[in-house]
Ligand binder design. Structure first.
Ligand code: TYD
Length: 136
């Protein structure tokens, strides 16, 4: 089964342009407790390189594009986030990395909890060990 879980975000367009509305419990399968966005990423910079123990997230490129790598400790996949009409679910215990940001990339992330550094696993070996325990 693919690790790439997409959420379609219907575009409510009219002659003036486009609009996307995101609602917790409807389009997004968790209560949204935090929204953050990454922009102005400098050339050649990659971000992420961590997993979360509990946090669930949905990432949407509302402008430009970047390449998201997701890894559950057994499989690694990647995909371009390049549409404001499609979000990628990043579940708990999924290692993720963002690469190849375009200069105009604005990556919006909807998250299920407030920022908590204790929820991060930032070391890949520690992530693999924790993912193995989770599978048992
Ligand atoms: P980090 O999660 O390490 O960024 P990335 O994984 O995209 O490379 O966060 C970068 C910094 O911003 C770090 O010092 C923590 C801080 N931060 C917050 O204060 N609140 C937040 O919601 C997020 C996501 C990060």
């Amino acid at each position: 089964m693919s690790l790439l879980q997409w959420i379609d975000l219907p575009v409510r367009g009219d002659h003036r342009g486009s609009l996307v509305a995101v609602e917790a419990g409807d389009t997004v399968p968790f209560e949204i407790r935090r929204v953050y966005y990454v922009f102005d990423t400098q050339p050649g910079v990659a971000r992420g390189f961590h997993a979360h123990r509990q946090l669930q997230q949905v990432a949407v490129c509302v402008s430009g594009k970047c390449r998201m790598v997701v890894d559950d400790g057994r499989h690694r996949e990647d995909a371009w986030l390049d549409s404001p009409a499609r979000g990628l679910v990043i579940d708990a215990m999924v290692w993720h990395e963002m690469h190849e940001f375009s200069a105009d990339c604005v990556l919006l992330v909807l998250a299920s909890a407030h920022y908590d550094e204790a929820d991060y696993i930032r070391n890949y070996e520690s992530f693999l060990a924790a993912a193995r325990v989770n599978c048992q």
